[in-house]
Design a protein around this ligand. Sequence first.
Ligand SMILES: [Zn+2]
Length: 147
Amino acid sequence: MSASASSPGAALKPLRPGMFRLPDRLDAPVQLLGGRCRACGEPFFPKRTYCAACTSGDQEDVEFAPSGVIETFTIVRQQLPGSAMVPPYAIVRVKLDDGPGIQTVATNCDPESIRIGDRVQLVAHRVMDDEAGNTVVSFMAQPVKPA
Ligand SMILES: [Zn+2]
């Protein structure tokens, strides 16, 4: 059964507003909305009011490029209470190329094939449909196949 079917007129809605720039279609690259400390250069996602590295309050908003490398991962094999995710799937820690490390779920891949050091792209992926029929999306990590 396909999980990507959507009715005409259904809109994409972010799972959590303000976390990423919502693309106009599923599987499109997603840029995370984060912050960077003007005093020491440390990047953050989500953005912070005060720098965790140097405590400066001089923070700027940045959009991180949707690409990075898997630093570590774990495979979830049991259904978690309240989770819309169907196991097995991989939770991955991704170091963004121009940003901080973030945690998300791997998508559009066999979780058993994931390796530390794999390159990934952050893409918009369906989480569920809401009561109004909108497609609720979040960012997930899609492995980049070597050419
Ligand atoms: Zn700082």
